[in-house]
Ligand binder design. Structure first.
Ligand code: LMR
Length: 332
């Protein structure tokens, strides 16, 4: 009798173990809008690799690059509805979620370089901003770098006056809208996936983006002039649906968090160089003429654009702007 019971128990255990081994993996859908060969595209692939390894296959990350699954605005709605689990939208795209403060990253000439920026993304201000997402049902896991923006058009862009009357595509940020208006241009919000065609057909005259996007979306092929102005920053926050994330088994969540920490280090380690390489590739293509602003020219741009900081303080908060100024030692 005892032997029979033991045998039964043993076979039950075999069935259970097999069932666990065969349990379907947890699928995490990670959608983004850029090419695979960009800092964000590469970091998403690296996160997938680490996450799948560290969870021993209990998690499968499905990465959908190039707006395959959703365009800019839809992806935010999809995340809140739970149709997608992970995104890394540009910091310029958080206002439609109701968190306008992220637009502080869009202020022209606020950061002198990656060192300034990292004081925010790895410091208290960055953390505070991510915390604001929670009431929207979203958790911010990390900041991933892209880079500093260039301007492009079919006419040379050396001085603010050169922007007069140009239709410039922007991301959905009111700060970027104010920036283009301060230059005398006409800003036009448009999803990233539509920009190439809009430039090609003349729906818009120009745009701004870090070189990695300009190059991988082939925008440079339909823009005769590129100006390296480094007038503003474009980067990302990696976000997840809070309910989904908190519903994951604790052990898995810890493994994913460690994969995210390493993917973040990777992303922020390759962004600068990738942008330098892609800018060199644009210049070498012969399709657009690349001009780097002199220090003197840059000062003229800065003088024209710093008013955006004061004009838009009401939208993002004068206190927040001061906090950022203090953290980076900003000087006008
Ligand atoms: C853009 O819309 O220009 C960028 O936000 C795209 C991206 O994700 O880098």
């Amino acid at each position: 009798m005892k032997t029979k019971a033991l045998l039964l128990l043993a076979s039950a255990m075999v069935v259970l173990t097999a069932a666990t081994a065969m349990a379907a993996p947890i699928i995490i859908k990670f959608s983004h809008v850029v090419a695979v060969d960009t800092p964000k595209g590469k970091a998403a692939e690296y996160f997938k690799k680490l996450a799948e390894e560290r969870t021993n296959g209990a998690v499968m990350i499905q990465v959908y690059p190039n707006s395959q699954l959703y365009k800019d605005k839809e992806e935010m709605e999809a995340l809140q509805m739970g149709s997608v689990d992970m995104l890394a939208p540009s910091l310029a795209k958080f206002a439609p979620l109701g968190v306008k403060e992220f637009e502080v990253f869009d202020l022209p000439f606020i950061f002198d370089g990656y060192d300034d920026l990292h004081k925010i993304t790895t410091g208290l201000v960055g953390k505070k901003l991510l915390n604001k997402l929670e009431v929207k049902g979203i958790l911010g896991l990390a900041y991933w770098d892209n880079g500093f923006k260039v301007m492009s058009a079919n006419t040379p862009l050396r001085t603010p006056a050169d922007f007069k009357g140009l239709k410039m595509r922007i991301q959905s940020s009111k700060i970027l809208d104010a920036q283009m208006r301060a230059l005398g241009a006409i800003p036009q919000v448009m999803a990233f996936s539509e920009v190439y065609q809009a430039l090609q057909t003349g729906v818009v005259d120009g745009t701004e983006n870090p070189p990695s996007n300009l190059y991988t979306q082939k925008m440079f092929e339909v823009q005769k002039y590129v100006t390296v102005s480094n007038h503003g920053y474009l980067g990302y926050a990696v976000i997840v649906n809070k309910k989904f994330w908190e519903g994951l088994p604790a052990e898995i969540r810890t493994q994913l968090e460690s994969a995210m920490a390493d993917a973040t280090e990777f992303a922020n380690g390759i962004a600068k160089q990738k942008n330098q390489e892609d800018l060199a590739a644009v210049a070498a293509s012969g399709k657009s003429e690349v001009t780097v602003l002199s220090q003197q020219e840059r000062t003229v741009w800065k003088d024209a654009l710093l008013k955006v900081h004061t004009d838009m303080a009401g939208r993002i908060g004068a206190d927040l702007i001061q906090e950022v100024y203090q953290a980076i030692g900003f000087k006008k």
